[in-house]
Every structure is written in structure tokens, then in C-alpha cells.
Design a protein around this ligand. Sequence first.
Ligand code: CUA
Length: 318
Amino acid sequence: MEEGFRLFPEQASTVAPRVDAVYAFLVCVTAFFTIAIFLAIVYFAIRYRRGRPKDQPHPEPEQLWMLEATWIIIPLLLTMVMFFWGAWLFLEIRTMPEDALELQVVGKQWMWKIYHPNGRSEINELHVPVGRRVRLRMISDDVIHSFYLPAFRVKMDVLPGRYTMMWFEATKLGRHYLFCAEYCGTEHADMRGQVVALSEADYAEWLQNRDTDPPPQGVGSRLFTQHRCNTCHDEGSELRSPRLEGVFNNTIALSDGRTVIADESYLRESIVNPMAKVSAGFAPVMPTYQGQLNEEQLFQLVEYIKSLPIGKVDKDAS
Ligand code: CUA
């Protein structure tokens, strides 16, 4: 982590130098015009000051088409460069890579909890491998937070009730700051931590070197039974309900004629708000689990459903 005074944080991700380049361009253009306009003000104030009647400007200036065209076209080109350059970079930052390592982030007053795919979790620290794309699926258990990694030049709101995503690829080993960037209550300023960028081998070792947290799908499997989801969603069940085996990432026909991809957001929504998107051919009878499960547990349940292979029936969960 950097020490002392710095104008900019370290550049520690693949997008960081590119974000800085756009920013430097904006600063240069702004500085150039600010200085040019102020110099012109000073020059005209002296040149055309009162007491030099000979040099008073013409009361009715002539039309200078070339001059007018110039000061329309040059700013237009400059702002178009800003727009397309910025939009191109923005789209790249906001387009989630498919082949990324996916971690789950839960924000709550006032801490960050992060889950790795094998179940290792950490609080206010984020261990990531350098040179690999990392995608974060984030949600809040209470109010709006914002996950901010200055050295990586990425920031994203973390909302209650909805998953948001962000990605980055770290390029520098070491520790970098992690902040909450949205005022979220008394201890907002303490809701911070560190990103620890490790080599691929060190990250693999760190992942193994853990307490006995079971993987999220294991905990989810227990929750599935505890909350009696299996009463309806088991193959042997007498109640007619949609099968969950292999449902993840499938296209689902809904009772109102729409279709939806059964991604994490859909699975989560179907647990907390089952009436929102009912599968075609099924009665809207599932009770809501809103308030009974926190976001950690919802994530574990979703991971469990994702892990169900086609044709596998949940018999070993009890
Ligand atoms: Cu969480 Cu500010």
C-alpha cells in the first residue's frame, strides 16, 4: 500500500492506466482552455481599457464565418473525443468477462464479507490473484454501500435486494485500499479494508489454508432442508413444483408468457419474491422467504441450486 502523499493512487489493474489517460486528457483540455481564456481576459482588459478611445472595438462587429465555424468545430471534435474515448472504456469496464473467477461480496453496516468459490470467506480483506480476471457479484444486507478499489480504478454501488457486478484484473502484487464510497451510517468511514494481490500460486495456497468453512453449496444444501424447500422441490414430492436440477442458466417460460434466464438474480428473486416470475404451468403457491434468510444464506442457497446437476435429486441433503 502506498505511503505518504500522492496525487493519484497506484495503478494496479489493467484498466487503471487507461482510466488515468482519459482523465489526463480531460485535465489537459480543461487547463488549456481555462488558461487561454484567462490570458485573453487580462489582455483585452488592458488593451481595451477606458482611456484609450482610439482602440475601442467596433460597435457592430462584422460577421466572421470562418472564426465562428472554428470555435464550433474544434470544441465539437474535442468533446466527441471525450465522449467516445470515455464511453469505450466505460463499456469495457461494465461488460463482465465470462471467463473470470467469481467471488461473492456482501456489504452490511459496517463491513465487507467476501466468499471465494471453495467456501473460504474473509472480512474487510479481498485476496485476489494477479493476472487473472476477477468478477464480483455484490449485494447489501441493509442500505446502499459502494465497493471502491482506488488502485484498480473501479467502483460500484452495492444495493439491497439486487445483485450488482464489477470486474478487474490486478497487475501489481501487494496491498491496496478498499473503501465504502457511499455514506451508509455512523461507521461508514470505518467500512474499509485491503485488497491483497497475490501470485496465482500464493492465491491457490491461501485458498486451501483455511478453517473448516464448508463450501457455500454445502451450507445451502442444509438450508434447503431446514427451510423445507425440499418438501415441494424434491422429485418424490406430491406437490407439483418446478424441478431445480439443472435449472441454472436455462431459459424458463413464465406463466404470463414472458421468458427469463434462470441466472443468480432470478433464483434469488424466486426465493424472496416467488410471485414475481412464476414458471409456466405452475400455481403461484410458493411462500416468500423474504426476511427469513439474509443475503449470505440466499447466496448459499443459490449456489446450492446452481450445483444441482441435471437429473440429480436432492436426497443427500437431509
Ligand atoms: Cu458502507 Cu459506506
